[in-house]
Design a binder for this molecule. Structure first.
Ligand code: ADE
Length: 220
């Protein structure tokens, strides 16, 4: 899979992508990530990428030309299955989207900045608008990193233990992950449930199943 990320500050993404799982996917040639600096496609000597909004209002808006130029350079080199725009007013990212994106060959992720981007980009160059949650970040870069991380771990060959992917809490519809324990068996009076060290595999399986259903904590 190939992911092209377009941003005004692509440097933000260098560190998240050098983490072990994503780096391993890149080393194994399962994943290619290319960062593109939108400013390279900016206007004039100062490589301008933003401007004041028509109709007034505070904040700057990303202009269409730099995005159009960058996207069309990429389009001339290969086909893209998805052109994603990271924005707080997009569709809320979920495991379903992670799975959907992980099945694509080439995707572009455009990171927003400033007040927003020219609506014509959203209408004509973007195929999906994605938010990682109902809160506003200064830009879409960290949101893009979240998407890339969730997608990468689904790519065949990335995880050492693919079973853990299947039992991931959100992978199986409506079942949460069960509570997990490891050594020591007793710590400052806090003990591991006896059933887990009983050796009764069937009872343990049922216990995990029951606890998975019951676990969800509801925020009040
Ligand atoms: N850009 C700013 N905030 C964002 C969010 N919550 N999700 C995706 N992109 C964003």
């Amino acid at each position: 899979m190939r992911i092209d990320i377009v941003s005004v500050i692509p440097e933000i993404l260098k560190s998240p992508f050098s983490n072990s799982m994503i780096q391993r996917a890149i080393n194994k040639k399962i994943l290619e990530i290319y960062l593109h600096d939108l400013r390279k496609y900016g206007l004039g000597k100062r490589k301008k990428v933003d401007d004041y909004p028509y109709g007034g209002g505070s904040g700057m808006v990303i202009r269409i030309e730099p995005v159009y130029r960058c996207f069309h350079k990429l389009f001339s080199e290969r086909d893209y299955d998805e052109k994603i725009f990271m924005t707080p007013d997009g569709n809320i990212f979920s495991q379903k989207y992670a799975y959907e994106f992980s099945c694509k060959k080439n995707i572009i992720i455009l990171c927003g900045r400033y007040k927003g981007i020219d609506q014509r980009i959203r209408d004509h160059l973007i195929s999906k608008e994605i938010s990682i949650g109902p809160y506003v970040l200064s830009g879409g870069e960290l949101a893009a990193a979240v998407v890339v991380e969730a997608v990468t771990r689904l790519l065949p060959g990335v995880l050492n233990n693919p079973d853990s992917m299947i039992t991931d809490s959100f992978q199986i519809k409506s079942i949460n992950s069960p509570p997990l324990y490891t050594r020591p068996i007793l710590y400052k009076g806090l003990s591991v449930p006896k059933i887990l060290v009983s050796g009764h595999h069937k009872k343990i399986k049922n216990w995990f199943y029951e606890k998975s259903i019951l676990k969800k904590k509801i925020d009040s």
